[in-house]
Design a protein around this ligand. Structure first.
Ligand code: BGC
Length: 712
C-alpha cells in the first residue's frame, strides 16, 4: 500500500522537469527492499544511478481523478550502505496540451508519491515516505511534454536545493495497484538510409513508422546542440513532411556535455519513421542513431503468413498500427496533437487486436475507465479517459462499451468483464432510449457517421451514409449484446429482448431495405437487422460492381464489409477487394511505401499529393480491422459463443486461387490453433491443428473433430 504524501516543489519551476531525491543509509543486513511509487504526471526513478524497472511513462494513463496506478518495484539488489533515490516527474498525460484535450488540466499540479519499504533480516521493517524532507532540483529538462517534445541540457548537474511541499490535493483514495500492462521499450531500428533531400536537408529513414523515441550515442563538445524533427513520410518531391503533426511541436533538442554520451528521452514519445537533423554540428554517422519502439507489453498470439508479399506487408502494417497505438490506452494515432483513446477506432479494431495479441487486461483497464467516465444519464464520452463533461456522443463510438466488452468475452472467456460492464452497457442502451427523437430507433443524435467514408465532399469527413441509420443499427447491436450478456450472467433482460425486437421492426419499417451506400447495406447485413438478407446482399454486390469493384466505406462499414460478402457466398469478391492494389484499397498505401495503416484511403493520393495536412495520420489502425477477416475467414479461426475463449473452436477456412498458400496461427490458453491451405496439383489442401474440440467446415462439408492435426 502506498500511504505516503503527495509532494511537489515549493516554488514554481515553470515547465522545468523537477528531480526529487532521497538519500538514506542502511546500517544492518536487509532481507528485502521495495519501492512503491506513482506520479501525477509520468516519472522515472533511479536508484544509486540505475533506472528502477523498465516501465516507460509510468504510472500509465487512467482517468486520474478516479484512479492513478502505483507500481511496486523490488529494489533489494540495488541497496547499498549509502543510497540515493532520484525521481524525475514530467507532465505526461496529466498536464499540458495533451491533458487539456481530455481533462480539466489547467490547474493541474504535477506531483509524486513514494514509499521505500525495507525489511531487515531480523524481521523489522522501516519505511521511508515522501514528505518535506525530500529535496528537489531542476533536472536537465527545460521542458518535456507529450505533444511538444523536450529540451534537455546534459551539462547541467542538478543542485538539490529546492524545498518540497505536500500537495494541496493530498488525497490517496485514487491510488490503485497496477491493473494494466506496463509500457516498455521493444524493437530497436538502425537507420536504413541517410537521405540528402532536394531541399538540402539531412534526413534519416529508420524504415518503420512507429511510436517511441530516438536514442543518440555520440562524442561531442560541451554546448553542441542536437536538434531533430520527426515525420512519418516524405512528400512527393522526397522532402521532409511534418505538416500533418498539426500543432504538436515534437521538439527534440539536446544540449551536449563534453565527450562520449548516450541519450534517449524516456519521459515522452513520438510517432515517426523519419528524422531530420535540424542542428547536428558533428559528423553524421548512422551508427549513432537508434529508433526504439515503445508500447504496452502484450503477449503476441496471432501469426499470418501467405505466399503474397503485399498481404504479408498489410499484416505487418496492421501489427505496427496496433503497437504504435497501444500505449496503455488504445489511441487513434501516436504523432499529431491528438493521441486520444477514441472509442470508435478501438471498437472497430478490437477483433483484429485480440487475434494479434492478448489484449484482455489492456482493454479491461480501459473499459473500467470508460465505466468511470460514464455520465449520470448513461452517456459515454467520445474519448476515454475523459473528464470534461460529455460532448459528442456518437453511434459506433460510444457503442464501444458493448462491443469491446463482448469481444473480451468471446476471445478470452472473460466473465468478470461482462459482469462488471453489464450495468454500464444497460445505462448506455437506456441513454439512447431516453434521448432518441423516434421510439425504437436512434434518431436525432449528433454522430461521426461513417467517418472518412469515400464520397465525402471536398473538405468533409463524412459521406452519404445516414447518421440515423448507423445510430439505429448500433442501438440494435448494443441491445443485442446486452441481452446476450444478461442471459449469460443470469440477469432479467426480458424488457431488452422485447426492445431488441421492436428495434428490428422499426428499422425495417423505417428504412425498408432501401440502402443508399455500401455501409448502409453492410450494417443491415452484419447486424442481422434486415429481414431480406438475400435481396440486400444482391443489392450490395451490385453497388460494389457499379462502384468499379471498389470500397466506398469509412471507419464504420469497413470492418464488416468482407465478412458480409463471404458470409453470403461472395468470398471471391471479398478477396478481390482485399487484394486490390489500386486506390482505394488496403494494399494501395503499401504501393506508396506505407509501413503502417493510414487514416485515409488516400492519405497520399495517386498523384503524390497529400489528402490534407489537417487530418492525415499515417498511423491510424482503424482500417487494419480487415485483418480479423484474414484470421476468421481466410484462416477460418473463430471463437464459439457457447464456449468462449477458444474452449471450443470453429475452423472454417475459405481459400482463393489468387493466393498460393496461407498459414494462420492463434495461441490460446488451451494451446495453439493452426490453419493452413495451399493449392497442389489443382486441388486445395487444408491442414488444421486444434488443441480442443473443433467444428470444421471445409468447402461446405461439416466435420466435428477432437484435439489433433488433420488434413482435408
Ligand atoms: C480521430 C479519429 C476519431 C475521430 C472521431 C479524429 O480526430 O483521429 O480517429 O475517431 O476524430 O470522429
Amino acid at each position: 500500500m502506498l500511504d505516503a504524501n503527495w509532494i511537489h516543489c515549493k516554488e514554481n519551476i515553470g515547465d522545468c522537469v523537477p528531480l526529487y531525491k532521497k538519500d538514506f543509509k542502511i546500517t544492518h543486513p536487509i532481507k528485502s527492499a521495495f519501492l512503491y511509487i506513482s506520479a501525477r504526471g509520468v516519472y522515472e526513478a533511479t536508484m544509486n544511478g540505475k533506472r528502477v524497472g523498465d516501465f516507460i511513462l509510468a504510472p500509465g494513463w487512467t482517468s486520474y481523478k478516479h484512479r492513478i496506478q502505483y507500481q511496486k518495484y523490488d529494489i533489494t539488489d540495488s541497496i547499498l550502505a549509502d543510497n540515493s533515490l532520484t525521481v524525475a516527474v514530467a507532465s505526461g498525460w496529466y498536464k499540458g496540451d495533451i491533458a487539456n484535450w481530455w481533462s480539466c488540466a489547467q490547474n493541474h499540479q504535477c506531483a509524486f508519491i513514494a514509499k521505500i519499504e525495507i525489511t531487515y533480516t531480523d524481521g523489522t521493517v522501516s519505511n521511508i515516505y515522501t514528505d518535506t524532507d525530500w529535496k528537489a532540483a531542476l533536472s536537465g529538462y527545460h521542458f518535456c511534454d507529450i505533444y511538444n517534445g523536450f529540451i534537455y541540457d546534459a551539462r547541467l548537474s542538478p543542485e538539490f536545493c529546492l524545498e518540497t511541499v505536500i500537495a494541496e490535493n493530498n488525497s490517496k483514495s485514487e491510488l490503485i495497484e497496477q491493473v494494466g500492462e506496463k509500457i516498455i521499450e521493444q524493437e530497436r531500428f538502425k537507420p536504413t538510409k541517410i537521405i540528402e533531400t532536394p531541399k538540402g536537408e539531412t534526413v534519416i529513414d529508420f524504415g518503420q513508422n512507429l511510436s517511441g523515441y530516438v536514442e543518440i550515442s555520440l562524442t561531442a563538445s560541451s554546448g553542441d546542440i542536437i536538434s531533430l524533427s520527426f515525420a512519418e513520410t516524405l512528400d512527393r518531391n522526397g522532402n521532409f513532411y511534418k505538416e500533418n503533426y498539426r500543432t504538436a511541436k515534437c521538439q527534440y533538442t539536446y544540449i551536449c556535455k563534453d565527450g562520449k554520451q548516450t541519450f534517449k528521452p524516456t519521459l515522452t514519445f513520438y510517432g515517426y519513421r523519419y528524422i531530420r537533423l535540424d542542428e547536428y554540428p558533428i559528423e553524421v554517422n548512422a551508427d549513432d542513431f537508434t529508433s526504439i519502439a515503445v508500447y504496452s507489453e502484450l503477449e503476441r498470439t496471432g501469426y499470418i503468413e501467405t505466399s503474397d508479399c503485399l498481404l504479408n506487408q498489410l499484416f505487418s502494417n496492421t501489427l505496427w498500427g496496433q503497437r504504435s497505438n497501444f500505449l496503455d490506452v488504445p489511441t487513434d494515432c501516436p504523432q499529431r496533437n491528438e493521441r486520444m483513446g477514441w472509442r470508435g477506432d478501438a471498437q472497430v479494431f478490437i477483433r483484429t487486436a485480440s487475434y494479434n495479441y492478448n489484449v484482455n487486461k489492456f482493454f479491461e483497464k480501459w473499459l473500467d475507465d470508460m465505466a468511470l467516465n460514464q455520465s449520470e444519464n448513461g452517456a459515454i464520452p467520445m474519448v476515454v479517459p475523459f473528464e470534461k463533461g460529455c460532448p459528442n456522443i456518437s453511434a459506433a463510438w460510444s457503442d464501444a462499451v458493448a462491443i469491446c466488452t463482448w469481444q473480451l468475452y468471446l476471445s478470452y472467456g472473460n466473465k468478470e468483464i461482462i459482469e462488471k460492464m453489464f450495468l454500464p452497457i444497460k445505462r448506455w442502451v437506456d441513454y439512447i432510449t431516453n434521448t432518441t427523437t423516434k421510439p425504437n430507433l436512434w434518431f436525432g443524435g449528433d454522430h461521426f457517421c461513417d467517418w472518412l467514408e469515400l464520397g465525402a465532399k471536398e473538405g468533409q469527413y463524412t459521406g452519404d451514409t445516414r447518421g440515423d441509420l448507423i445510430g439505429s443499427a448500433f442501438y440494435a447491436k448494443s441491445t443485442e449484446i446486452l441481452c446476450n450478456i444478461g442471459l449469460i450472467i443470469g440477469q432479467d433482460v426480458s424488457n431488452y429482448q422485447s426492445l431488441y425486437k421492436r428495434i428490428i421492426e422499426a428499422f425495417n419499417n423505417e428504412f425498408k431495405d432501401n440502402y443508399k451506400t455500401q455501409t448502409e447495406h453492410v450494417l443491415a447485413l452484419a447486424f442481422d437487422i434486415t429481414k431480406n438478407p438475400n435481396q440486400v446482399i444482391e443489392s450490395l454486390v451490385k453497388l460494389i460492381h457499379d462502384d468499379g469493384d471498389k470500397l466506398q466505406t469509412g471507419f464504420v462499414g469497413t470492418p464488416y464489409m468482407l465478412h458480409v460478402l463471404s458470409r453470403y457466398g461472395y468470398s471471391e469478391l471479398a478477396y478481390t477487394l482485399l487484394l486490390r492494389k489500386d486506390y482505394p484499397s488496403w494494399i494501395y498505401p503499401i504501393t506508396k511505401g506505407a509501413t503502417t495503416i493510414w487514416e485515409h484511403w488516400d492519405g497520399i493520393k495517386p498523384d503524390g499529393e497529400m489528402w490534407s495536412s489537417d487530418m492525415n495520420s499515417f498511423n491510424h489502425y482503424a482500417y487494419g480491422a480487415v485483418i480479423d477477416w484474414v484470421y476468421a475467414v481466410c484462416g477460418g479461426i473463430n471463437p464459439v459463443k457457447a464456449s468462449p475463449g477458444y474452449e471450443k473452436v470453429l475452423i472454417s477456412p475459405i481459400s482463393d486461387s489468387r493466393i498460393d498458400w496461407i498459414k494462420v496461427e492463434l495461441k490460446t490458453k488451451y494451446g495453439v490453433i493452426k490453419s493452413a491451405w495451399s493449392h497442389k496439383k489443382g486441388k486445395t489442401v487444408y491442414e488444421i491443428t486444434t488443441p480442443v474440440k473443433a467444428d470444421v467446415v471445409i468447402e461446405g462439408k461439416y466435420y466435428t473433430v477432437d484435439a489433433g492435426s488433420y488434413t482435408f
